[in-house]
Design a protein. Sequence first.
Lengths: 516, 276, 313
Amino acid sequence: MRKFRNSRAFGFLAAGLVALTSVGVSSPVQAAEDTSKTSLTFSMFQDPGRLDVVTQPATSLILWLPGNVYEPLVSFDAEDKPSPAVAKSWSSSPDGKVWKFKIDTARKFSDGTSIKASDVVYSLNQFQNGSILAYKGPFANVSSIKATKKDEVTVTLAAKSRGFFRGMGTMAGLVMPASSDGKRNNQPIGSGPYKVAEYVPGSHLQFTYNNNYSGKKPRITSARVRFITDSPASLLALKAGEVDGLPITSTAIWSRIISEGYTKDFRRTLKPASGELHWLMFNQTQAPYNNPVFRTAIAQIVDRDAYVAGLGAPKGAMVPQCGWGIMTARTFKPATKDTCVIDRDGKKAMASLKAAGLDTFPIEFVGLTDVPALRLAADIITQQLRNAGLTVNRRDIPLAQYSSTIFNARPPQYGMSLMGGGGNLDDFVCKDPAKYGYQTYCSSAYTKLMQQADRATTDAAYLKAITSANELLQKDAVVVPLLARTGLGLYNKKLTGWKPPTIRVEVALANYYWTK
Amino acid sequence: MKTRDLPLNIWLGGTITVFFLLCSATALFWTPFDPNFVDTTKLSLGFGESGHLLGTDVIGRDLFSGLLAGARMSVFLGCVTAAISVVLGTIFAFIAVGISPWVDEVVMRLLDVLMAVPGVIVALVIATVTGPSAISTVSVLSVFFAPVIARVVRSATLPILNEDFVQSARMYGRGTFFVLFRHVLPNILSILVVQFSLYTANAVLAESGLSYLGVGISRPQISWGTLLKEAQETAGPTTGLMLWPATVILIFVLGLNLLGDGLRDVLDPRSMGRRS
Amino acid sequence: MIIFLARRFGFFVISVLATSGLIFLLVRLLGGSPASVLLGEFSTPEDVLALEKQLGLHRPLLVQYGEWMAELLRGDFGASFYSGIELTTLLKSALPVSVSLSVGALLVGLVIGIPFGIASALRSFQGKGSLVDFISQIGIALPIFWSGAVLSIIFGVSLGWFPTGGWVPWSDAPATTLRHLVLPSVTLGIGIGSVLARFVRTAIVEVMRQDFVRTGRAFGMSVQQSLFVVGLRNAALPVVTVLGNIVSHLVGGTVLTETLFSMPGLSRMILGAVVGRDIFVVQNLVVLLVFYVLVVNLIVDVSYYLLDKRLRI
């Protein structure tokens, strides 16, 4: 008996000592860099399939190639301040209609050739004439792009455009050699710090340091991105140490990340710039989805807080919102009575639907069969609509078909759908009323506001214009934004250095380094 | 035969089967919760929490209700598939046996080819083309079970056809198919019952597998396989969400197999008299 | 002998043509044209028509079939409609996974099946045996998702001995790959082992029957000779059935096991294509699998026949 009591006492004493000492060293010490480790392995839940950034808009590609393999014409930081990249200097005419970019011809592509003005012209033309609408946006007012000297590119605009210059720091501004024409699906060549050493579809993407890189040599010189399409399996791989990090995780496993303690053993990063927006979309070529009363009622029924709760996200990773745009958008505001144009009011919604005779209309809701995260999200919204008394018919189709229908600017044939994406205000700009995009919305008032924004001379004027445009979207519930979520990444605690993406959502490998 | 002489197989198998049939029947009218009801305030609950007997899934749907609804679907699909397979198999066998030896050879070879191909594979092709559904699942499975049943029926039919009473019926001018249906069928009924039981088990297992892979039943319809698939995608295969449906499938399939084997022992033709 | 081989090979060719023809027809005639399957429910009739022309689907069926067969024989398995990646490239990384799993499962099956079968045969000989029989019956009926989940929970999560999913290529870290293979191989191997156990049991029981010795002796053989020669020939009879069974079990079981343990093998490829309605990928992969199954059956049949011939006095 006595032995037991003594050992218990000793236990308490020991615990006390440990507590005291840990308090003493509780302040976080900056870990020393481990220069001997120069490689890392990441996991990605999607295989890009084709490596050509001009034709392949998949997230799985734009996470890895911009910033690592390619450099933009101009580099912008998180505060939108420009700095030289492929263009070492630039100037614009007083009326903003003529831009001249001086190309840094000392820079080389990974194949050893130096960058010429003609390469820049080639690259800009590729995106301008390409099939991805989001990349064409910056060129909306561009009337000509010419190589006026061996190291100078002159761009002439029909009207001044903020979007153009800022666009030179996004995907549309990535520079590639003219000689890469037709070869980019397998051999992307750029001037960035890394080159694609190997791409094995279904297995991995291997990056190695680009010896011809003109900037500072990164600490990581070899990086492998393994495609682990099964999200639960990627968590296991991280736990087992088979990968060093999951820069992007599917929301389907977010609740597991918390409940299984991954946030304790691994460094968690929340990256608003890598996040996306969730919203409800309507097919406004059909009745009653083209009826603002109907859409407004839907907007009043959805319970954003319950939606966020149902998705089981870690704190701060998902924020309910009523406006359009991801967390880093300048017009972003969390949902409150003051920030939402349409407030939550289920009773009023059903009353107005009844009055319009639309309360029994069977809603055609299309979801995705093979993206569990979005399918579950759609299940939650469907339930909310049903709880309110509406009839909802769910139809789920595969992602490949959903994308090919939606993004090839065909009129969609669903009634309602839930989408996740980048939340660009440009998505609703519609110059030709007959040619609206997949959002099936075309408003000249909106387009005018966005043009105003693009030509604004002061920051305040710009902000005012886009805020008005945002409110216009909400007014008739053209779309019903639900939430903004961050990108949630998990990393080995010894691996650090990530910085917010600036081009689009890229994971810039050059920022990472190992600590001891 | 006295009831207490019945082997353990039938007792155990029968009890399990009856239990599941009762659950399915109950599920036709009532489940504790709507299995498709998403309750975002009750995510991933555990055993017995908040009135959910077996807990909930990642978006708050009751697991126990899901299992009951799954029983409804799986039992139904299993029985229908087995019934179609037995009927088809018997028809194939009768055609083979009843027309001519040449037809017999051809039909059996055809069935051999069908049997050589794993059914899962063709099920996948059909699911791609028509889209996954209950009907495509049932049809594919029936087509793949039928050949094996046909073999069994055929080998049971042949000796009967050589029996005296059959020969005498033939001498009276009775056509072959009349003979088959009037004389052979009643005598192989017991075999058909056994096959029905065993193939319900196979069908339940196969349908669960197909739905698990994503090419069978999907919400709002629920089968046990659907629950497995959702567990795999969200909570992971090492959680209760996976284990409960899997165990339920295991027990039901085992019960049906035991019942089938037990029936086979009891209804063995050697111990039964023949009707002519 | 030549006649048998010719007949058997003829049957093989007919089987290949028949099943590939069946799949070809299923793809083209069930549920609308392949073009509408690829483009999905929300496609317009004009789009479908355009794609049909592009893919040459308006040509006579026989022509399409012939062209398809020629492509397959050339080794051209086509590409994914959506990503454009060629199948042969994807197969390079997927095949090692599936093959490793099949081999692992077979090994486990042998290790479980043979001792179990022998034990069962001996027991039945001694008049007992229902327990071992019962166990092997359960083994066959065990759903893979159940045994896999249970094994993962016990050995993967609780004890932490093996990873519960995922894959590392052999070229990266062979030791880790082996660890990844253990749980899936055992899961799949249990079913195979049970099937094998039954066969082994039947085979041994037959061999041990005295009649064979008497028959052999009547032919002038010694006890050992007769046991071996006559007995083996009869024991070899169930080989065809059981191997066919095992191959079927393997193909179907691999699909489930790869899904359960998140292994990026052939099944993952096929399933991805099925769910994405990538019809031609499914068509080609399925035909590949069917061909493999038919080839195995052919080899088994011929081997058995040759074995049988050699054993005949």
